[in-house]
Design a protein around this ligand. Structure first.
Ligand code: SF4
Length: 340
């Protein structure tokens, strides 16, 4: 079982989530192309390079045709769980034909909740609002898995079985990364115009103050508001400092509007009151202290050198599933077990 350590993928009962990476380059490894400041120290690229993959830049590789092996994991995971789609890439880098197939797999595996996080908010909105997208997904299921799958996907997307997945699929949550205010300004309005069961924003790595207030509550323009906000600092040897004030502002905004807030990590820098024993990295050539714009001082720490606390507690709030959805899934799962 592919268990992920990503904290925000865990269910309330502590069940870990999984990652699923159906996109890869023609050279066989994960592939993506950097698009914004949050990509500068891309974890996926760094990890991939250790295994011989190419830089996440234009011209080094291109996406390969998707195979059964790439699509297989969600079918094998019997137990329902949260699944982070394309943790090592960006799903909306793919062409619509590939997206249709991946969405077909997500619909067929409706017992899992799939979380898609993208920096390509325009491509996501275009795909999710395209005319005939449900038909295209149903057609992709037929061509890849046959008529039985076509029938299942059709029934689920059009709500002809219980629990119907419908459109947008009830088991797919869509989010964008907003690492600074400029990216939030460009991406979040596009997310708000994208139909999705749950819409979330990940402010990680948080590089400037990001204000989401106007999107956190239902308004004339955006109805309903955002469902979830995740924030965190940048980890790794090149991690950039996060001003604690930025994480607090987001938390306070979320609290004001009753939106779940998840503070994932401090990253490579943290204020002293959350340090674990002797966490700082000493050395004359290493900057170990940074005075933030809010005048709060953060110190460079070793990996795992700080707790996840922000102002005396951990913030691990997650949204509830759609009303009645958990019970409906459980009932169908029990029914299936009885028949088996
Ligand atoms: S979009 Fe994500 S996976 Fe792609 S380069 Fe940027 S940080 Fe890396």
């Amino acid at each position: 079982m592919n268990k992920s350590k990503i904290e925000w993928l865990q269910d309330r009962d502590g069940t870990p989530g999984s990652t699923w990476n159906p996109l890869r380059g023609k050279l066989g490894m994960w592939h993506c192309v950097k698009v914004s400041p949050g990509c500068a120290h891309c974890y996926a690229e760094r990890l991939g390079r250790r295994f011989g993959s190419y830089p996440y830049e234009e011209g080094y590789d291109e996406l390969a045709t998707i195979t059964d092996a790439d699509l297989g994991p969600p079918f094998r995971w019997r137990k329902p769980r949260k699944v982070f789609v394309c943790s090592m890439s960006d799903l909306f880098l793919a062409v619509p034909a590939t997206l249709n197939l991946i969405f077909a797999v997500m619909v067929l595996n409706w017992r899992h909740t799939f979380l898609v996080l993208t920096k390509r908010a325009g491509a996501m909105q275009a795909y999710m609002t395209a005319t005939g997208v449900r038909e295209s997904i149903t057609d992709a299921a037929r061509r890849h898995y046959g008529e039985r799958a076509e029938c299942d996907v059709h029934n689920l997307l059009y709500g002809e079985v219980k629990p119907g997945v419908f459109w947008p699929p009830r088991n797919v949550w869509l989010g964008v990364t907003a690492e600074n205010h400029l990216m939030a300004y460009g991406r979040v309005p596009l997310l708000m115009k994208t139909p999705a069961e749950k819409r979330f924003v990940s402010c990680e790595p948080l590089l400037t103050d990001v204000l989401l207030g106007e999107y956190l509550h239902p308004s004339r323009h955006f109805r309903p508001g955002l469902d979830w906000v995740i924030a965190g600092g940048e980890s790794g040897s090149e991690g950039r400092p996060m001003d604690p004030h930025w994480a607090r502002t987001l938390r306070d905004e979320c609290q004001q509007w009753g939106v779940p807030y998840f503070f994932k990590q401090w990253g490579a820098w943290a204020p002293p009151h959350v340090h674990r024993t002797n966490p700082t990295i000493p050395g004359p050539s290493t900057t170990i202290r940074h005075v933030c714009g809010s005048l709060e001082v953060v110190y460079r720490i070793r990996p795992g050198g700080a707790s996840r606390e922000l102002d005396g507690r951990e913030w691990s709030e997650i949204p509830d599933e759609a009303e009645g959805w958990t019970e409906a899934k459980a009932a169908v799962t029990r029914e299936g077990q009885k028949r088996a």
